[in-house]
Design a protein around this ligand. Structure first.
Ligand code: ADP
Ligand code: MG
Ligand code: MG
Length: 889
């Protein structure tokens, strides 16, 4: 015989907290609370297996269920000394749903089940309080009528409103027995009208009706949608809890309330909650009266805290609070009811909390010895740290919404609207705060994005240029705000009838994607002591190194501040876009002779050397991975006539020649074209200039600071060992030259980015010429899938929605496909060279799920944007702790 039903309370200990899969979260915790001696009204849980069996078997219950439910009901009757359906003093129960994880969309709780026209009179006499009995009955009909019988709950509320109007009272508590009798009559008529049947009077029929409604709600559209969005399998099923009622609505020595064992918004170790006298169930959250605080210490004038109103129950509740925290070792969210000064516990669960609270509680609980440091590290969700590192809008500040886009990069920013990157730069230089507003951004906007406090685009998705770059820089960004129109000519931004002109202020909330007119007050991030403490604990437990993707001194400083242990990817092409240098870059590209290119490159050399000198100063003593020039050259070409003229003048030629050369350089598929090391092979002088700049910069810093940086020179887009050998030789040759000129040496290494399937498949060969591999998983994802991320916006969101792909593979690594490639690359690379250093750069390096994967394949480090460094440190620690737990399991 299968056991379908588990009793709790009154000495029955059939369930436990770790039986959540079988009993649901609510049932498992009710059983746990009862078994550690807390005052829980007795009841039973019908297991989630019944739900599964019910749907597997054409909505039929297992044969032996009925008998087990009857028996468990008898157990409750015995425990409380009352009988279900007893006309003189009936047992009433609540019927509550409860899946493994709390799930909106499931059936709401039905209270006071077991009342009918006869038992209500009995209850009134037994309690010597007919008003209470009729109040309970009307609540029951309303709940049962709406959640089980499907009558719109507003219809019930209208009837109460009419009764209150007629009686001239404002609060429910002012209604008398007579009023409630009238309400009940009205309710019964309403149910009859709406369902074509009288309200069910038989308690057993009521009970099975409610049980059936809970199981039925598992497959309602709301629940199905919620499960789909949260990856909850339908097989989990829901449990049903049936529990003896306790009454918070029997008078002024009764109450109901909810509380958190610590403050869920700040994490402060204080008792935080609310209660209502003479109330039941959800009255506290329903807003029918103003709830009162629990503790005297937080009560405002005029409020009556529970501590004062019911000192005995309050003392008991404080004891429960302590007991629950020591038992669960986490902050609890609890529901209680006080019936005639006696406390009853109705629910406990780990409480939801803000990122700040989560951090503070984890650190304080570890300090107090409730949990250990490793557990504290596991408690905080790495992704939530993002919230703590950026300014946020003050939740209380007034605001006027202009429109909404995608929450592309977190943080809030206010500033004057500018429509061009040059203007963003010039106004910022004058000390203004600006918001750069573009239809979309391109690499030429980097300086403007850097200068701006925030970025707004009306086109593009979460992986658009604006979104990726803004996240990298830690700039708040709202992308793809399609409802907002931008007119560059009139310099106006408009949405929903509102207009904002260039120079007027707007505010962005990059965490929600909202755009507001004018400025909205903000609160600065509190990178408090707790933050540092948790990070230090995380560092103790992680195995992988954490570096940053950074190319400007500012990014590098930020990265160091957040604890980066070096640079994992310095892209050099951004250094070429600088207005001071672009002319030289264009001269280099346009010239069709090596000597012409060398002349132009020699103009760039001092700039690049200075770039590296600054980076190396910040990163002295640490590894800095520098990727040599990667993008197709035509990205640097002049477009506008004026730009072409400038280049023509500087080269002493005409615009037609320039245009012709530009046409020659155009490619059909530039991303698969003349780029990466292919440029280095064709034009050795480019990489030679970069190598020279790197070595000269590094030697200068070594001399100045007495501490040399460790340059790791990374050749992009290698598919063949020969490519790496050729370009490596260029680098080594220059190194030898520079060292000879300087009369001193530094350590350096040369490696490659692994971003082509061929490089993975031949990683053992390529490793022969490489000191390190860095998996460039942005491009590797494109090349493994054969899809361009710039064009993916048209179908990828649909793929994710339809479940064709579980996640956007540019956000979280595609473990099955791209991950398999990385695994092969790691295995082949290490087999050929066991001290080959392995890392990852690209967006995935800051994504916790991808970081877990990196730990599992044994990479040496991850590299991510500076603002994600703390996220990566924590995620790497969690991954290492998880891996350690797996090994001991
Ligand atoms: P939810 O999952 O929405 O929190 P619950 O099942 O916890 O729903 O119940 C809703 C309300 O009813 C809560 O305030 C709860 O404390 C109260 N409640 C549930 N069962 C009982 C009971 N047996 N006696 C008194 N109140 C109850
Ligand atoms: Mg609840
Ligand atoms: Mg690449």
């Amino acid at each position: 015989m299968t056991k379908w039903v588990y009793s709790f309370g009154a000495g029955h200990k059939e369930g436990r907290a770790d039986m959540r899969d079988l009993l649901g979260g609510k049932g498992a915790n009710l059983a746990e609370m009862a078994s550690i001696g807390l005052p829980v009204p007795p009841g039973f849980t019908i297991s989630t297996e019944v739900c599964t069996a019910f749907y597997d078997n054409k909505k039929q219950y297992p044969d032996d269920l009925k008998g087990q439910v009857e028996a468990a009901l008898k157990v409750i009757e015995k425990a409380v000394g009352l009988k279900f359906d007893d006309k003189s003093h009936p047992l009433l129960v609540s019927v509550r749903s409860g899946a493994r994880v709390s799930m909106p969309g499931m059936m709401d709780t039905v209270l006071n089940l077991g009342l009918n026209d006869a038992t209500v009179e009995g209850l009134g006499k037994a309690a010597d309080d007919p008003r209470f009995a009729w109040d309970s009955y009307r609540r029951f009909i309303q709940m049962y009528g709406s959640v089980v019988l499907g009558v719109d709950h507003h219809r019930f509320e209208e009837l109460i409103e009419h009764t209150k109007l007629d009686a001239g009272v404002i609060e429910d508590t002012a209604l008398t027995e007579t009023h409630w009798r009238q309400v009940v009559e009205g309710y019964k008529d309403l149910v009859h009208q709406e369902t074509g049947k009288p309200f069910p009077q038989q308690p057993h029929e009521q009970l099975w009706g409610a049980i059936g409604a809970v199981f039925g709600s598992w497959m309602n559209p709301r629940a199905i949608t919620y499960r789909r969005l949260h990856d909850i399998p339908a097989e989990w099923g829901t449990a049903v809890n049936v529990q003896a009622m306790v009454f918070g609505n029997m008078g002024d020595d009764c109450a109901t309330g909810v509380c958190f064992t610590r403050d869920p918004s700040t994490g402060e170790n204080m008792f935080y909650g609310e209660y209502l006298v003479n109330a039941q169930g959800e009255d506290v959250v329903a807003g029918i009266r103003t709830p009162q605080p629990l503790s005297s210490s937080v009560a405002k004038p005029g409020e009556i805290p529970l501590e004062q109103a019911m000192p005995e129950a309050y003392r008991e509740l404080m004891a429960v609070r302590g007991k629950l925290e020591t038992h669960y070792k986490d902050m609890q969210d609890i529901e209680f009811t006080v019936q005639q000064n006696k406390l009853y516990m109705l629910q406990t669960r780990n409480g939801k909390r803000t990122a700040a609270a989560s951090l503070r509680m984890a650190v304080e609980m570890a300090r107090d010895g409730l949990i250990d440091e490793a557990e504290a590290v596991m408690r905080v969700n790495p992704s939530s740290l993002d919230q703590l590192l950026h300014p946020m809008l003050d939740p209380k500040a007034p605001r006027t919404l202009l429109g909404k886009g995608l929450p592309a990069s977190p943080g809030a920013a206010s500033g004057v609207v500018v429509f061009s990157s040059d203007e963003a730069e010039s106004r910022t230089a004058k000390g203004e705060s600006v918001i750069l507003v573009r239809i979309e951004t391109s690499p030429e906007d980097i300086h403007g994005m850097h200068a701006a406090q925030g970025i707004l685009t009306t086109r593009g998705g979460m992986t658009s240029h604006a979104a990726v770059v803004a996240r990298g820089m830690g700039r708040p960004c709202v992308a793809g705000a399609g409802g907002i129109s931008v007119d560059y000519n009139t310099q106006v931004l408009a949405a929903g009838g509102k207009q904002v002109r260039a120079g007027e202020v707007i505010t962005l909330d990059g965490a929600t994607g909202e755009v507001f007119v004018g400025s909205v007050a903000m609160i600065e991030p509190a990178v408090s002591g707790d933050f540092g403490t948790l990070m230090a604990w995380a560092d103790k437990h992680r195995r992988m190194g954490v570096r940053a993707n950074a190319e400007t001194p500012m990014d590098a400083e930020t990265a160091r501040k957040f604890g980066a242990e070096g640079i994992g990817l310095c892209r050099t092409e951004h250094m070429f876009f600088d207005p001071e240098r672009i002319l030289a870059v264009r001269q280099m590209i346009i010239s069709d002779s090596e000597s012409g290119r060398r002349t132009a490159l020699s103009r760039l050399l001092p700039f690049q050397r200075e770039d590296f000198r600054q980076l190396f100063t910040i990163m002295a003593g640490l590894p800095v991975t520098i990727r040599l020039l990667d993008p197709p050259l035509h990205e640097f070409l002049p477009h506008a006539d004026q730009e072409m003229q400038e280049v023509a003048d500087s080269l002493g030629t005409d615009i037609a020649t320039i245009r012709q050369r530009a046409d020659e350089l155009a490619e059909a598929n530039p991303m698969l074209g003349h780029r990466g090391c292919r440029l280095g092979v064709s034009y050795p002088e480019i990489y030679e200039m970069q190598a020279r700049a790197i070595f000269e910069g590094a030697i200068a810093v070594a001399k100045e600071m007495g501490k040399a940086p460790h340059p790791e020179i990374m050749i992009p887009l290698v598919g063949m060992k020969k490519e790496l050998e050729i370009t490596r030789a260029q680098v080594d040759k220059i190194a030898a030259e520079v060292f000879a000129e300087a009369g001193s040496k530094i350590e350096y290494s040369v490696g490659t980015m692994i971003e082509l399937p061929r490089a993975v498949l031949l990683a053992d060969q390529i490793a022969g010429a490489a000191d390190f591999f860095s998996f460039g998983t942005n491009d590797l994802t494109q090349t493994v899938f054969g899809l361009s991320r710039d064009d993916a916006g048209k179908f990828l969101p649909h793929y994710v929605e339809a479940g064709i792909l579980p996640k956007d593979p540019f956000v979280s690594i595609d473990v099955d496909g791209v991950g398999a490639m990385v695994r092969i690359g790691v295995e082949k690379g290490r087999a050929a060279k066991n001290d080959l250093k392995l890392g990852i750069c690209g967006e995935h390096g800051g994504d916790p799920a991808s970081i877990l994967f990196c730990e599992q394949v044994g990479l040496d480090y991850v590299s991510c944007s500076p603002f994600r460094v703390p996220v990566a440190r924590l995620a790497a620690a969690q991954a290492a702790l998880g891996a350690a737990a797996d090994r001991t399991a």
